[in-house]
Design a protein around this ligand. Structure first.
Ligand code: SF4
Ligand code: FES
Length: 255
C-alpha cells in the first residue's frame, strides 16, 4: 500500500446519501393530524454518510426537521443501554447501528421495542422491565461481619459469571422474546441474566433465594429456548446459555 493510499479522507470527501427513515410514532396528546394515542408511520429524508449511525440520522430529524420526535439516548457509545429500538424488525442500539449495514437504499423502519407500553414515539415505559429485575434481588448478599478487605476470588471463579456482568440493561433481549410479548407474567431474559450474575458469584450467599424466585411460574421455565434474546443482545452475551445454566442449577441442585 502506498503512502497516498494511507492518506486520511477529508470529511467533506466522504460520499453522502439520502436515507429514508420510516418511523413509528405515537403522541399521547395527539396533534393536528392524529388523535391522542393513535399510532402511525411517518417518513423523513436525511442526508447522511453511510458510516453514520442510525442515532446520527435520528438526531438530524429531531434537530433539523421535527423537534417533537421522541427517543431516548445518552452515552451514544453503546454503554448506557438507553437507545434500544426495533430497527428493520430487529432489536438493536441506534448508536451501534451503521446506516451502511441497514440497506440504506430502502426505507429504514424504526419502531419502539415491543412488549412494553409506548409512552411517546420510540420511548417505552421501562418500569415492568425494571420491576422484574428488582424481583431477583440484584445485589450481593452475604452473612457475617463486614470484612476488612475485599472478598477475594480466583480467576476461574470470576470466569463463571464474567459474561453476564456485561449487561447494560437495554431490554433488547427481553423485548425480543415472544414469551415475554404474550405471557404477561414472565420475568424475561434480562432478569435471569441479572440473577445469573449473582448466582454464580462465589462471594454471594443468596443464590438459593434467587433460584427459588426463578423456579416460580413466571420464572426460568417459561423460556422456550428460541435464541431471540441471544441474537438481540448488543453486548454479545450468550443469554440463552446463561438461562440454561440457571435451569441446570435448579434441576441438579448444584451451582
Ligand atoms: S442481556 Fe444483552 S440485550 Fe439483555 S438487557 Fe443485557 S445487554 Fe441488553
Ligand atoms: S445511547 Fe447509550 S447505549 Fe446507545
Amino acid at each position: 500500500m502506498t503512502a497516498v493510499d494511507d492518506a486520511p479522507i477529508a470529511v467533506d470527501e466522504v460520499p453522502t446519501l439520502t436515507v429514508t427513515l420510516r418511523i413509528r410514532r405515537m403522541n399521547p396528546e395527539g396533534n393536528a393530524d392524529h388523535a391522542p394515542g393513535e399510532d402511525y408511520w411517518e417518513e423523513f429524508q436525511v442526508e447522511a454518510h453511510a458510516t453514520d449511525r442510525l442515532l446520527d440520522a435520528l438526531h438530524k430529524v429531531k434537530w433539523e426537521q421535527d423537534g417533537t420526535l421522541a427517543f431516548r439516548r445518552s452515552c451514544a457509545h453503546g454503554v448506557c443501554g438507553s437507545d434500544a429500538m426495533r430497527i428493520n424488525a430487529r432489536n438493536r442500539l441506534a448508536c451501534k447501528t451503521l446506516l451502511k449495514d441497514l440497506n440504506p437504499a430502502k426505507p429504514i423502519l424504526v419502531e419502539p421495542i415491543a412488549g412494553l407500553p409506548v409512552e411517546k414515539d420510540l420511548i417505552v415505559d421501562m418500569e415492568p422491565f425494571f420491576a422484574s429485575y428488582r424481583q431477583i434481588m440484584p445485589f450481593l448478599m452475604t452473612s457475617g461481619p463486614t470484612p476488612e478487605r475485599e472478598r477475594l476470588q480466583t480467576p476461574a471463579q470470576r470466569e463463571r459469571f464474567e459474561d453476564t456482568t456485561k449487561c447494560i440493561m437495554c431490554a433488547a433481549c427481553t423485548t425480543a422474546c415472544p414469551v415475554f410479548w404474550t405471557d404477561g407474567q414472565y420475568f424475561g431474559p434480562q432478569a435471569i441474566i441479572g440473577a445469573h450474575r449473582f448466582i454464580f458469584d462465589s462471594r454471594d450467599e443468596g443464590q438459593w433465594d434467587r433460584l427459588e424466585i426463578l423456579n416460580d411460574t413466571a420464572g426460568v421455565w417459561k423460556c422456550r429456548t428460541t435464541f431471540n434474546c441471544t441474537e438481540a443482545c448488543p453486548r454479545g452475551i450468550e443469554v440463552t446459555k446463561a438461562i440454561s445454566e440457571v435451569k441446570r442449577a435448579l434441576n441438579t441442585g448444584k451451582i
